[in-house]
Design a binder for this molecule. Structure first.
Ligand code: C5P
Length: 218
């Protein structure tokens, strides 16, 4: 019996990371935030002076990535990069390196290694399509671009960081387009994925929706 997987895919800032974490905590399962891997690759490449469109160079960085996840912290070697990888430079850098097939290939085995008992909740863009196509439950978690930009705006303001609604909207639209239009592992709703639109639903509601599906299928 293979270890069960819940694959949660969706656009940037849809809240899928938070939902994945809460669902994993409720079930006592592992969690994989695959987007953070692309973010760490972008950061490591920038630090090594590798151009983000140098496919072989970035793939070499991805293959030898000294990254570790500890409780609530992301480490690159001995360096705590938890905050750095959330910067705008890493967000847009991640979506640039993510278009490179050799980079995606280099991260495939590492992502699949997270599948361990009693189960895994994985979030990203291609969890259900490429990394865990046999996942027992696939969810496409989305929200309107206005709702997503609004949530990100609120988070930035709460952290005391500068925020501009128009540039957040522009940035999300640009990243959505890049993630959906790329030829490799484009973001899309799979026919066998359940649609979860959180435009008018809070985190608790979204988590309850997923846990109900788990119970129905279990
Ligand atoms: O989810 P997050 O916003 O952290 O992901 C950062 C970028 O990494 C995304 O814009 C996307 O281009 C890329 N990504 C991907 N495949 C995944 C997860 C993230 O291409 N499974």
């Amino acid at each position: 019996q293979p270890v069960p997987v819940i694959a949660i895919d969706g656009p940037s800032a849809s809240g899928k990371g938070t939902v994945a974490e809460r669902v994993a905590a409720a079930l006592g399962w592992q969690v994989l935030d695959s987007g953070s891997l692309y973010r760490i690759v972008a950061l490591a490449a920038m630090r090594a002076g590798v151009a983000l469109d140098d496919e072989a160079g970035v793939a070499a960085v991805a293959a030898a990535l000294p990254a570790r996840f500890e409780t609530g912290r992301v480490l690159l070697g001995d360096d705590d990069v938890t905050t750095d990888i959330r910067s705008e430079a890493c967000s847009s850098g991640a979506s640039r390196v993510a278009v490179l097939p050799a980079v995606r290939e280099a991260l495939l085995g590492r992502q699949r290694d997270y599948r361990s008992a009693p189960g895994l909740v994985a979030d990203g863009r291609d969890m259900g399509s490429v990394v865990f196509p046999d996942a027992g439950l696939k969810i496409f978690l989305t929200a309107s671009v206005e709702a997503r930009a609004g949530r990100r705006y609120k988070q930035l303001i709460e952290k005391g960081l500068p925020a501009n609604m128009q540039s957040l909207l522009d940035d999300l639209r640009e990243r959505d387009a890049r993630d959906a239009a790329r030829p490799v592992a484009p973001l899309m709703k799979l026919p066998d994925a359940a649609l979860l639109d959180t435009t008018e639903l809070d985190v608790e509601g979204a988590v309850a929706f997923v846990l109900d599906l788990v119970r129905d299928r279990g």
